[in-house]
Design a protein around this ligand. Structure first.
Ligand code: ADE
Ligand code: ZN
Length: 355
C-alpha cells in the first residue's frame, strides 16, 4: 500500500476494545446525520441491480467494496450517485429503510432522522410516492417491530439550481405532515449556501425544520452564510467553523447544533487523519456538537463504531461520550417530552457504567 496515496486514508489502526464498544453500543443514541442512500450495503446494492436489471460496473459485492477509496467529497459522491441508480421501486426503498433501521436498532440507536435526496430518483422518472411511501411505511413498520423511532428529512442537492429545490418542495407537499424537516447536501465547493437563500426563507415561512451541510469541504465563510442567511435549526458537519472565531462565538451562543461525522471526515480527507479531527476544539469552544455516521455503508462505520473509533483516536472519556449523546437527543426534531424520555434512558444507562 502506498502511504502517500490519499485514497488510502482509512480510519487508522487503533481499534476500540470490547469494553469501549459495549459502552458505546449500550448508549441510547440518536442519529441526526445519516443519508439513506449512504446506508446501501454492497450486498443489497448488487441484489437490487439484479432485481431491476440495472447495469453496474462491479461484478460482485467484494469488487464494489474494494472501490470504497475516496480522494474527496466529489469522488465519493460519484460512487454514491452511481449506487442510487439501483433504487427504483417502492419495495426497494422499503427494503433499504428496513435494513438500515434493523441494523440501527441492533446498534443501540433509539431515534434516527434520515436524509433522502429525491432528485436522484425523480430525474429517472421515479414517482415521488414510490420513494416517500416506501420509506415512510418502512419507518412505521420498524417502529412497530422493534420500537425504534425514526423520521424523514428531505434533502435538496446544492449542485442543482434553487428552482429545482422549489420544485422538490412542491412535489413532496402532499406528504408534508410526515416530513420532519428539510436539508441541503451534495457537492459543496462552488455551491455556497447563499444560492438557496429564497428556498430556505420559504421553508421557514412554511414552518419546516431545516438543516444545511456547510463547512465540510467548504470554508468557514460558507458556515457563516449558512448561519446568517439560511438560519437553519442545525448545521451538518460545520468543522470549518474554527477558522472564524467570531462565528464560533455566535453559533455557540445560538446553541445551533453541529452534527459532526469524524469517520466520514477521515474517509473523505476533510481531515488528514481521525487523530487530527477538530472535535476536541469544537467541544472546548462551547459549541453544541453531536456525533453521527453520514454514509455508514460507504465509510464502514455505523453509529457505535463512530462513537468508539472517535473515542479511541481522540482520547474521549466516557462522560464526554455521554455528553455527545445527550447533545444529539436535545438537537433532535422531537417534542420536549420525547427528548426528556430519551435523556432519562441515557442517564439510567450511564449511571450503571460511571461512578
Ligand atoms: N450526501 C451524502 N453524503 C454527503 C456528504 N458527506 N456531504 C454532502 N452531501 C452528502
Ligand atoms: Zn451528510
Amino acid at each position: 500500500m502506498n502511504s502517500d496515496d490519499p485514497t488510502q486514508n482509512r480510519v487508522a489502526p487503533g481499534a476500540p476494545d470490547a469494553e469501549t464498544l459495549r459502552f458505546c453500543r449500550d448508549l441510547p443514541k440518536v442519529e441526526l446525520h445519516v443519508h439513506l442512500e449512504g446506508c446501501l450495503e454492497p450486498d443489497l446494492l448488487m441484489t437490487l441491480a439484479r432485481r431491476n436489471d440495472v447495469a453496474v460496473p462491479w461484478k460482485t459485492a467484494e469488487q464494489l467494496r474494494a472501490a470504497y477509496r475516496f480522494e474527496n467529497l466529489s469522488s465519493f459522491l460519484e460512487l454514491y450517485f452511481a449506487g442510487c441508480q439501483v433504487l427504483c421501486t417502492r419495495q426497494d426503498f422499503h427494503d433499504l429503510t428496513t435494513a438500515y433501521l434493523d441494523r440501527a436498532h441492533a446498534d443501540g440507536v433509539v431515534h434516527a432522522e434520515i436524509f433522502l435526496g429525491p432528485q436522484s430518483f425523480t430525474d429517472r422518472g421515479i414517482a415521488t410516492s414510490a420513494f416517500l411511501d416506501g420509506v415512510l411505511d418502512a419507518i412505521s413498520d420498524a417502529g412497530e417491530r422493534s420500537g425504534i423511532s425514526a423520521s424523514l428529512l428531505v434533502s435538496a442537492h446544492r449542485h442543482r439550481s434553487e428552482k429545482e429545490a422549489f420544485e422538490l418542495l412542491d412535489s413532496v407537499a402532499p406528504w408534508a405532515d410526515r416530513i420532519a424537516g428539510f436539508g441541503l447536501g451534495g457537492a459543496e465547493i462552488g455551491n455556497p449556501p447563499e444560492k438557496f437563500t429564497r428556498y430556505f426563507a420559504e421553508l421557514r415561512r412554511q414552518r419546516f425544520r431545516t438543516c444545511v451541510h456547510a463547512g465540510e469541504e467548504g470554508p468557514a465563510a460558507y458556515v457563516r452564510q449558512a448561519f446568517e442567511l439560511l438560519e437553519p435549526d442545525r448545521i451538518d458537519h460545520g468543522v470549518a467553523i474554527l477558522d472564524d472565531e467570531r462565528l464560533v462565538r455566535d453559533v455557540a451562543a445560538a446553541r445551533t447544533p453541529l452534527t459532526v461525522c469524524p469517520t466520514s471526515n477521515a474517509r473523505l480527507n476533510v481531515v488528514p487523519s481521525l487523530r487530527a479531527h477538530p472535535l476536541p476544539a469544537l467541544l472546548s469552544s462551547g459549541l453544541n456538537v453531536s456525533l453521527h455516521s453520514d454514509d455508514p455503508a460507504y465509510f464502514e462505520s455505523y453509529l457505535t463504531d463512530t462513537y468508539a473509533t472517535t473515542a479511541v483516536h481522540l482520547d474521549l472519556d466516557r462522560p464526554t461520550l455521554a455528553n455527545l449523546a445527550a447533545n444529539a437527543i436535545r438537537s433532535a426534531f422531537l417534542p420536549p417530552a420525547a427528548q426528556q424520555a430519551f435523556l432519562n434512558r441515557l442517564e439510567t444507562q450511564v449511571k450503571q457504567h460511571l461512578p
